[in-house]
Ligand binder design. Structure first.
Ligand SMILES: *Cc1c(COP(=O)(O)O)cnc(C)c1O
Length: 370
């Protein structure tokens, strides 16, 4: 499929160029005009470009576009990448900074919401921009510099705060940086005695698997314990190149977690989520969190009810491998942090008995006097 796509739309490109992540980035689709060279946009998609308002950028790597059904505007991955008219609506409860991250930013690039862990936003650049991005207000603006000087206040903050034992490097996508830049960050953080754990949050293995080169992986494995959380959306992403990328990372001893966002019309069916979570386990990625879509402005068309998310988790637990079941989370608006929202398997109490509902829906008693 990928080869056909390359031959059809990039007849000049060799297989080696296709496998080069720099080629993928320089040939990413970044405008309506570029996209229309390969996709016939629907009226709703065209309106996404023209009805003004939000200036959130477009970028889709050739790799990622090759996984989409170009004849179907409802293709799940396509819905997450190509703007639509609904993006310009402002619905109740939506905010540009729903998580109140700006209020928890003691120095630029740091979000310190929880006592012992921080989010370190090292770049605003991504290989592809998700239309539901929680940081749509700042990501992809091109306003951030990713020079080491820009990171210095954040690094000094982490060095000065001994309560920080876990640093989550995110952005933007940290794996879009050059190997030397990533190494500079990891080396500096790794040398801080109170920082016991490093994590990278990235979508790169799913959208630009060519980036996961043997050289990158050899460098990353010098900074253990290092975990990588990967944003996945749909089983259609799990192509051979993505499987290889995950395999390289895991074989370097890097535990991988899958982070999914529950999205209407994309992955909000039990069958799709089960195929994704089981597929991730086969790639040795542990499905970690299923996030309720954050209420950024223009996201209503992606939002499902919380009950829909709980039903999906119920359809997984007991029906597949326990490792395949993510925790369903809502990031509390205003900076409350992430809250696990079930589903709940405790039905209530009867005297000294706790009433438990199992995966089949049957009630069992567990003696548990208060
Ligand atoms: C999600 C998040 C973290 C990491 O949370 P975990 O539950 O440990 O994965 C840390 N800081 C902020 C601000 C976050 O949003």
């Amino acid at each position: 499929m990928t080869t056909l796509f390359r031959k059809r739309y990039f007849p000049q490109a060799t297989a080696a160029q296709w496998r080069d992540w720099h080629w993928q980035l320089s040939n990413a689709f970044r405008s309506q005009g570029q996209l229309e060279r390969v996709v016939t946009l629907s009226e709703g998609e065209k309106a996404g470009f023209t009805s003004g308002g939000r200036a959130f950028p477009l970028s889709i790597t050739p790799h990622y576009l090759s996984l989409m059904d170009l004849s179907n505007p409802e293709d799940p991955l396509r819905r997450t990448m190509i703007p639509r008219a609904e993006e310009h609506l402002h619905s109740a409860g939506e905010r540009s900074d729903p998580l109140g991250e700006e209020a928890h930013t003691p120095v630029p690039r740091i979000v310190h919401t929880y006592p012992s862990k921080v989010l370190f936003l090292v770049t605003d650049f991504c290989a592809t921009y998700c239309r539901y991005c929680t940081r749509a207000r700042s990501v992809g603006s091109g306003a951030w510099k990713t020079s080491p000087a820009e990171w210095e206040p954040a690094l000094q903050y982490i060095e000065a705060h001994e309560e920080i034992r876990d640093v989550l490097i995110s952005g933007g996508d940290p794996l879009t940086l050059a190997d030397e830049r990533i190494e500079m960050l990891l080396a500096r953080l790794h040398a801080i005695p109170h920082v016991k754990l490093l994590r990278i949050g990235s979508k790169i293995p799913a959208v630009l698997p060519q980036r996961i080169t043997p050289a990158l992986v050899r460098m990353l494995k010098r900074y253990h314990p290092l975990y990588i959380s990967i944003h996945f959306t749909h089983p259609n992403e799990l192509c051979p190149d993505v499987r290889t990328a995950c395999q390289r990372l895991v074989n370097a001893g890097i535990p991988l977690g899958g982070q999914m966002v529950l999205l209407k019309g994309v992955n909000d069916s039990s069958e799709t989520m089960r195929a994704l979570c089981e597929g991730l386990l086969e790639c040795r990625v542990k499905p970690y969190y299923l996030h309720q879509c954050d209420p950024i402005i223009g996201s209503a068309h992606f939002k499902t009810s919380v009950k829909a998310g709980q039903d999906i988790i119920r359809s997984l637990h007991g029906h597949t491998t326990g490792y395949a079941v993510p925790m369903y989370m809502i990031d509390a608006p205003g900076g409350g942090g992430k809250v696990p929202v079930g589903p709940d398997y405790i039905e209530g109490r009867e005297g000294d008995d706790l009433l438990l509902r199992n995966y089949r829906g049957d009630i069992y008693r567990y003696h548990d006097p208060l």
